[in-house]
Design a protein around this ligand. Structure first.
Ligand code: NAP
Ligand code: G4F
Length: 385
């Protein structure tokens, strides 16, 4: 009988960890997730994977680990003997990395070294493939448009710089010790499971709350930044494909289309029949509701709307959300991934926006959301797959 492959996913409680665990389990893998200790439950995205009653065979396991703790990682990798390691754990918030630069370097930079060293020390270089979650933040102040695997890097944040170290140490261990270690240089990818403080989810939650009458305005930072946004469900497939290759290599994963934050906002409101117009500039800029198609809005949210009217100012700028150094524009060219991996995204931006807004409306409408004072902020993956 063919043995099930064993995958180890660091950062399994995060957005990508949840989608990847689900994908690999569906492919017949045994999946071990690493999670760090938290003072509250933080397994909302993966709860459906546990066999809570312990009544059936389970293929999903998790262990406590932290990327800042080498002995912990070595012990677990020795015990689990994974065929594939997906290193997704990271302090992944660019703005927060300006506040916690040393921790970010430790977890995101040296954390990657700890994984690579564990594999080398344990002498399992020939049986364990490694995926490193690299990022379009490496391109930062972009040196060419669009960005490819050959575009020079110019990171613009402590996060980007930590990930630069992780990228190169992955390449170095591949060249120096023959590890099957690859970088996926993924552009921004979002979903209903996206963390609530990233701009897309912050917008789709607010759009749902404003439409339902639970929130009056949304404060944001730089509305002009442009990102190449895809769906996380498509992007985790590329991680799997990268590790199925005979040879390790590095790949850009992107949609090839870039959109400004202000246009993402427009799309999210448009889905509900609301049009936004901007007036003013800089910190004085506001976005107001210029037109409302009440029949569309009421049909989607399932209730009468008396609390919204054209002219209401709902988008405001708060410089708190500005970054000391910004990445103005990202747009990737994923030709290599398409040709070598056969990777092609299924979702376009309109489909992504619709998936996120529809999910947040469902979530905000849930009775328990209100009863808990808005505390249940993550949908369960099983609600949205
Ligand atoms: P995410 O939702 O923020 O998840 C990050 C995961 O890492 C969480 O499970 C988090 O645990 C865990 N983690 C953080 N610090 C840790 C530590 N010191 N030790 C162990 N675990 C730790 O991020 P994501 O969007 O899924 O992204 C996955 C990876 O891809 C990250 O490395 C990110 O930098 C990279 N990436 C993301 C994108 C994107 O657009 N999403 C694009 C390119 C690259 P908690 O749940 O306890 O916080
Ligand atoms: O959603 P963001 O915080 O994502 P960012 O900085 O692009 O980073 C994400 O994508 C990277 C891949 O390129 C990942 F490596 C990284 O881990 C993370 O997943 O911000 C997107 C843009 C920025 O230009 C930011 O300045 O939106 C702008 N923005 C405007 N107002 C805001 C806000 N960002 C956030 N988070 N919150 C705001 O209120």
């Amino acid at each position: 009988m063919k043995k099930n492959k064993i995958a180890l996913i660091t950062g399994v409680t995060g957005q990508d960890g949840a989608y990847l665990a689900d994908l690999l389990l569906k492919k017949g893998y045994i999946v071990h997730g690493l999670k760090r200790r938290s003072s509250i439950f933080n397994t909302g995205r993966i709860d459906h994977l546990f066999n809570k009653n312990r009544d059936q065979e389970t293929k999903f396991f998790y262990s406590y680990a932290d990327l800042t703790d080498s002995s912990n990682l070595i012990r677990l990798i020795k015990k689990i003997e994974p065929d594939e390691i997906y290193n997704l754990a990271a302090m992944s918030h660019v703005k927060v990395s300006f506040d916690t630069p040393e921790y970010t370097a430790n977890a995101d930079g040296i954390g990657t070294l700890r994984i690579l060293e564990a594999v080398r020390l344990l002498g399992i270089e020939n049986q364990t493939k490694i995926y490193q979650a690299s990022t379009s933040e490496l391109f930062g102040k972009v040196q060419e448009i669009p960005q490819t695997e050959k575009t020079p890097f110019y990171p613009r944040s402590p996060y980007g710089v930590a990930k630069l170290y992780a990228y190169w140490i992955t390449v170095n261990y591949r060249e120096a010790y023959g590890l099957h270690a690859s970088n996926g240089i993924l552009f921004n990818h979002e979903s209903p499971l996206r963390g609530e403080t990233f701009v897309t989810r912050k917008i789709t939650r607010a759009v749902a709350n404003i439409a339902l009458g639970f929130q009056q305005s949304l404060f944001l930072g730089n509305l002009d930044a442009k990102r190449d946004w895809g769906h996380a469900k498509d992007y985790v497939k590329s991680m799997y494909l990268i590790l199925q290759q005979d040879e390790p290599d590095d790949y850009v994963i992107a949609t090839g289309i870039t959109t400004a934050v202000r246009d993402f906002i427009q799309k999210a409101f448009n889905y509900l029949g609301i049009n936004i117009e901007y007036k003013g500039s800089g910190t004085e800029e506001v976005g107001l509701m210029s037109e409302i198609d009440f029949s569309r809005l009421e049909e989607i949210i399932g209730k009468k709307v008396k609390y919204l009217k054209p002219g209401m100012e709902i988008i405001k700028v708060d410089p708190f959300y500005y970054r000391p150094t910004e990445v103005d524009l990202l747009v990737g060219d994923a030709t290599k991934a398409r040709e070598v991996l056969g990777w092609k995204p299924k979702y376009n931006l309109d489909m992504l926006v619709e998936d996120m807004v529809a999910s947040d409306i469902k979530l905000m409408k849930k009775d328990e959301y209100l009863k808990q004072g808005g505390f249940r902020i993550q949908p369960q993956i099983e609600d949205i797959l």
